[in-house]
Ligand binder design. Structure first.
Ligand code: 0L1
Ligand code: MG
Length: 256
């Protein structure tokens, strides 16, 4: 029997909108990785139909720390909309999420499209600017447990993202120290080198991976390069900051 991808897209969208934990889709339906990306795309269409605008993509599982934390071995990606953007220095409501976590990242802003396989040099030539960033991930699955197909269908846990000051892209950013703090206390320390040895490689992977579903990275889009460290669980009242050597810092607060 063929799987109803529209129905599954509705299930993950509803869970994200209501902040409700759901069982893994794979417990009751069998679908391939490629169908998981179809479910993801359909769930994003539901957001776009509600007036949200596509603004880029996030890359996931780009560092060893994340691969070990989640027990996976492949990169994944998800689609970003303006409805997920949290203002730098802004506040989020904990109640809106299921069990949110946060990751220290860097983000790229593209000035030109990137299409299919490209070299690191070509990828960086398309970059307008780079910024310190934070990703708020929130798997809609109970206990943050899922198969790779499940998490991809759930838009790779994309939930929110915060982008700090944009800096010139020529800046060598392949090995910059990063510190993520909760209430001024370091909770994760890493380097941009933890992101595929150079986060520009995440951009290369992003261009290749979106081409597999017929997309390209558009000028004006933001690409979240993936976490340099394991994710940290958020709690009401906590203030989060990610400081990246030479790039500055980005922050938000969880309402108490
Ligand atoms: O690195 C990532 O952003 C992966 C997110 C999906 C898996 C997770 O929820 O940790
Ligand atoms: Mg991430």
């Amino acid at each position: 029997m063929s799987v109803d991808l529209d129905k599954l897209a509705g299930v993950v969208d509803d869970a994200a909108v209501t902040g409700t934990a759901i069982p893994q889709l794979s417990e009751s339906a069998s679908f391939s990785l490629s169908e998981a990306y179809d479910i993801q795309e359909k769930s994003i269409h539901l957001r776009l139909a509600r007036g949200e605008r596509r603004v880029g993509i996030k890359m996931g599982f780009t560092s060893r720390a994340k691969i070990i934390q989640m027990g996976v071995d492949d990169m994944i990606w998800g689609r970003l909309t303006d409805g997920m953007l949290v203002e730098d220095g802004g506040e989020i409501s904990f109640a809106k999420y299921v069990h949110p976590r946060v990751e220290p990242e860097v983000a790229y802003l593209l000035k030109e499209p990137l299409v299919g396989p490209v070299t690191t040099i070509q990828a960086m030539a398309a970059v307008e600017a780079i910024a310190p960033a934070l990703e708020i991930i929130d798997s809609r699955y109970k206990d943050f447990k899922f198969t790779v197909e499940d998490v991809v269908a759930d838009n790779s846990s994309s939930s929110g993202f915060v982008v700090g000051p944009w800096c010139a892209a020529e800046y060598d950013h392949s090995n910059l120290g990063m510190v993520m703090e909760f209430d001024g206390r370091p909770v994760q320390i890493g380097s941009t080198a933890a992101i595929l040895n150079n986060p520009a490689r995440s951009l290369v992977a992003a261009s290749r991976m979106v081409a597999e579903v017929g997309e390209r990275l558009e000028a004006g889009w933001i690409v979240m390069a993936g976490s340099a460290t394991a994710a940290e669980a958020l709690a009401p009242g906590v203030s989060v900051r990610n400081s990246v050597e030479g790039l500055g810092s980005v922050s938000f607060k969880v309402a108490g």
